[in-house]
Design a protein around this ligand. Sequence first.
Ligand SMILES: Cc1cc2nc3c(=O)[nH]c(=O)nc-3n(C[C@H](O)[C@H](O)[C@H](O)COP(=O)(O)OP(=O)(O)OC[C@H]3O[C@@H](n4cnc5c(N)ncnc54)[C@H](O)[C@@H]3O)c2cc1C
Length: 126
Amino acid sequence: MLPGGTPVLGLGDVVVQNDPITGQGANTAAKAADHCLTAILAHQGLFDAVWMTGVFESFWRLHGQAATDWTNLMLGPPPQHVQQLLGAAAQHQVVADRLANGFADPSDFGDWFLTAEKADAYLSSL
Ligand SMILES: Cc1cc2nc3c(=O)[nH]c(=O)nc-3n(C[C@H](O)[C@H](O)[C@H](O)COP(=O)(O)OP(=O)(O)OC[C@H]3O[C@@H](n4cnc5c(N)ncnc54)[C@H](O)[C@@H]3O)c2cc1C
């Protein structure tokens, strides 16, 4: 909110700043730019704070949260299930491909990487 009371739609590092360990900063900022542009072009009516909050929330659900959850997981000592997944990626091309593709779209990690339960289920399915 500017000093005069004008709301400002934020994107990129200004509103989502993660550790660079997963290389997601520019990726996420570019997705946010695309998301906001699409929302601006589709919108009819006031560009007010309620609309801006909705645009950010939908961006967060689609992209921001996944990049943040994955980055935060990789910042700590790797849990056992992450060690198992990295070991599997070193031996199986299909796991390596999925891991590499997650850098472009981290929303996939929620289905197999973030929790021990999902990792076990994924490894069992191979
Ligand atoms: C050392 C380093 C390594 C990184 N490595 C990676 C990586 O490997 N992969 C990755 O995805 N991300 C990486 N990042 C993160 C990535 O660079 C940022 O997440 C991304 O650039 C954010 O984009 P942005 O548009 O939000 O901000 P920025 O790219 O910072 O752009 C903001 C722009 O606003 C301008 N500006 C500031 N104040 C004003 C003002 N008052 N008026 C007008 N203009 C202004 C600035 O000059 C700048 O050009 C790295 C960052 C750093 C610092």
